[in-house]
Each structure stands twice: as structure tokens, then as C-alpha cells.
Design a binder for this molecule. Sequence first.
Ligand SMILES: Cc1cc2nc3c(=O)[nH]c(=O)nc-3n(C[C@H](O)[C@H](O)[C@H](O)COP(=O)(O)OP(=O)(O)OC[C@H]3O[C@@H](n4cnc5c(N)ncnc54)[C@H](O)[C@@H]3O)c2cc1C
Length: 503
Amino acid sequence: MTQERVRVVIVGGGTAGWMAGAALARLLSGQCTVRLIESEAIGVVGVGEATLPHIRAFNERLGIPEAEFMARTRATFKLGIEFRDWGRIGDSYIHPFGTFGRGGGAIDFHHYWTRLAREGHELPPLDALSYACTLAREARFDHPVRDAGTLPSTFGYAYQFDALLFAPYLRGLAEEAGAMRTEGMVIDVERDGETGLVRAVVLADGERVEGDLFIDCSGFRSLLLGQTLEEPFEDWSKWLPTDRAVAMPCRTETAVTPYTSAIAMPAGWRWRIPLQHRTGNGYVYASDFIADADAARALEEAVEGEKLAEPRLLRFKAGRRRRSWVGNCVAIGLASGFLEPLESTSIYLVQQAITALIELFPDKRASASDRDEFNRIIDLEYDRIRDFLILHYHATTRDDSPFWNYVRTMEIPDSLGEKLDLWRRRARVVKYREGVFLDASWIAVYLGQGIVPEGWDPRADVAGTPELLRAVGDLRSEIASEVATRPDHRGFLERYCPMVDAA
Ligand SMILES: Cc1cc2nc3c(=O)[nH]c(=O)nc-3n(C[C@H](O)[C@H](O)[C@H](O)COP(=O)(O)OP(=O)(O)OC[C@H]3O[C@@H](n4cnc5c(N)ncnc54)[C@H](O)[C@@H]3O)c2cc1C
């Protein structure tokens, strides 16, 4: 006996909607039918340009060829994020998608680094002791090698791409795999009087679309989960007070760096994301500390190339819905919550939600335990990212503006306080079994923003100081000479994935 397929209805065709549509249509075609409703009259947010390395696994699972995807979305490679002026004005460090040192030793490299720093030795900048950071700083790129233990195996990478081209690309894949798209505006949602489950959505032209499982990808409106099911929103803006951004692309007149830049500003920070055909820029700021017009002017003055559009204003609030899956409705993307784009985590959260949904995919009657497990996974992801983002603001010595004074002195969540204590005492990083931002990421930000621990792993005391200093010097030269043999990033892109349909 064949089981009836679950009728999945996705509301929204932004990045979240089409990622969900493509994944379900391609990976669960036997179990479900996919219908996606989107309204061109509403449009998409469309500024998500920088990603995390996990997106490669998502693309691979969907059978997306890398070079073709990059050419179609005019993508560049991303080896990490450069943070400028965060700990103090004048600082610059990279949070790499890779390790410091060679990786793979009995204890992490930063314990040796901390010991030497605390003993008062002059050390090379941390960036020079990471293959990924050095590759990024030199604006070179080559794929990592698989041979563990070698320097060129100590990093991963992500993409910077044109967000407005990503969803249409996925739409093509989703439709090829059988997903159906409907252009239309959802104006009403019907629920079962007894169970409260969503039964159908009603479009402006009167069409009624029934389903078994509804995926809310309607963006900040959160049409099903927020508006219809009234799931409460947990507001985290006391810790993450930025609530607006002005975005403005410009012509690329400087290097197409294989990294994203996050440059601190008086009331927030600005992003710089170089794509093949243009550079994305935006100023993320807290409206309690700067007026919109001043933020737009500050961005226009700061960008490094001829502007390609007028500044565009976006509003948001940090936080998430208390639960993302309620009844037969799962919210994915902005409909489930938002954390500002400092560490490029939104598309990652979309991907994790889709992966969890596929793993816990319901039959016609979703069970409470499946929903609880999904919500546990998503909460964990949000909570960890929240703490990691707060760290960037809180770990500063800046006192040059009311914004920086606020974030430096604000109360922080206990969960972050505990992490900071562990780090400060003995250079320890909380171990995660699942979720994003593992040890190397926390280490990059802690040290990058000047929090040098008081102690270190006792095993780092075994080696003699001269021997350690020599090893650090050798590491630095080996990294420099390895990196010098790698191709220039721009040249690599031109050979590997030159953009198609250039404007
Ligand atoms: C300033 C800023 C910068 C960002 N930068 C990054 C970044 O660098 N990296 C990253 O990963 N993420 C970033 N993001 C987040 C990223 O843009 C989003 O996570 C991503 O685009 C997913 O959006 P979405 O699909 O959930 O919503 P949207 O793009 O808003 O799509 C909503 C969809 O719902 C449809 N819709 C809404 N209401 C209805 C209705 N009534 N009827 C029919 N259809 C409807 C719309 O037509 C649209 O198709 C950024 C976000 C902001 C605000």
C-alpha cells in the first residue's frame, strides 16, 4: 500500500521559501507534494549576501554544482569576516573559517599563544598564525586539500553572493523537481475549529489552497506563525539593540576580497561584501542612537566606490518566536526570528531548520515529540548565535559614543557570562556537540577583541619557551610561503566561475 503524500504549502518565495521548496521537492519527492505561494507585490528582503561554510553541505545534498551556482549568483569565496575597530579603534582581526596553528594537536594552539603572551613575549599577529586568515589577507584563494595535518587542510570556506539571484536559481531546481508555484497574495488563513490546525490559505483572487503541513516563509510578517497562530516573539533587543540598516551597493573599485568586512561605526557597524559584479554595503545601527538620515549619510561617505542605488532602509528586531513549529505550521527564515547579520547567520538558520524538518518530517499527523525536538534544535541554534553576537559588542574597550558605552556596560545573559569566565580563567571554550560556531570561532573573537586569558591548559607548560618561540616563528614562515604559491582570488574566480548574464 502506498502512503498518501503530505501536501506541503509554503507561503513566501524569498530565500527561505525557495530553499525549503527546492530541498523538499528534491529530497522528499516520494513523501510530499510542494506548492509555493508568493506575491511579487510584496517582494523579498533580498540583502542576504554573506554565508557560512555549512551552505556547501546544503548545496551538495541538493546536487548543486559549485562553479555553476557561483557563476549564476555572481558569487565570490569567503574565508571569514574581518572585524575592524571593534575591540578599539584601529584594531583589525579576521574570524576565519579555520583554525589557528596547524590544528590536530593534543591541545589547541591558543593555549601556547596565551602562555607566551602572558610571559610577555613579542608575538606575530594572530592572523599570521592561521592559514585561512593569511590567505584572506593576501586576497588569494584555492580549495582546501583533504590531506589532514597539512596547512592547506586547516580551513573551510563559504560564499558571498547576490541574494536576489539565489532564490530564482533555487526556484528553477524546485520546479524541475515538481514543486508548483502560485503567484498570489494570501489574505486569509483558515483553521480547524476543534484542533486549531491550519487547513487552508485563501488568496486575493478567491482561490483556497489546502494543505497538511504549512511552511511560513512570509518574512518579517510571519503571516501564519505570528499573525494567525499568535506565537509570542521573544525580544532580545536589550542585548542586541541594532534595529535598522541602510543598504547600498557600489561599483567594485577595490580588491574583491575573499572575506566579508564588518567595520564598527559610532552607532553599530557597516558591512562590505564584494561580489563579482558589485560590492554590497550596509550600515546596521540602533535607531535609539542615530537618526536614519545620519546613518544613510555616514554610509554614503564611507563606501569605496561609485554608488549603484540610493540607500534603502530596512527595519528589524532581534529575537525569535518562542516556538518555530506549532501545530502543523513550521516557520522558517525571518518568519521565525532574526539576528542581525554580523556573523552571516540568517541563511544558515534557514538551512538548519530545513535540515531538521527533513529529518523529522511528519506523516499526515505530526507528533508532539517531533515538534518538540525541532523546536529544541532551533532554540539552541538561536541562543548560541545570540551569545556569540553579544560577545562582539560587549568585549570592547570603546567609549567614544553612547552606543558603545551602552553595549560595553550592559548586562549580558548568564549563559554568556559563564562562557566568558571559563575563557578568562584558563582559555577554555564551551564544547558544543551540535550547532554553529565551534571553538575556533570563539577563540578568534575573544583574542581578536583583546581578552587574553589569565591561565591556560597545563599541558602547554611542557615545552620550553625558546622551543615554543621557534615553533611559532617557523609556523609563521611556513604559512607565508604556502600562501604565496596560491592563486589570486580574482584570477581564480575568472577561471573557475565567471559570472553569467552580466549586467
Ligand atoms: C539588513 C539585513 C542584512 C542581511 N544580511 C544577511 C547576510 O549577509 N547573510 C544572511 O545569511 N542573511 C542576511 N540577512 C537575512 C536574509 O536576508 C534573510 O534571512 C533571507 O533573505 C530570508 O528571508 P525570508 O525568505 O525569510 O523573507 P523575505 O525575503 O522577506 O521573503 C518573504 C516572502 O514572503 C512573501 N509574502 C509575504 N507575505 C505574503 C502574502 N500575504 N502572500 C503571499 N506571499 C507573501 C513575499 O512575497 C516574499 O516572497 C539580512 C537581513 C537584513 C534585514
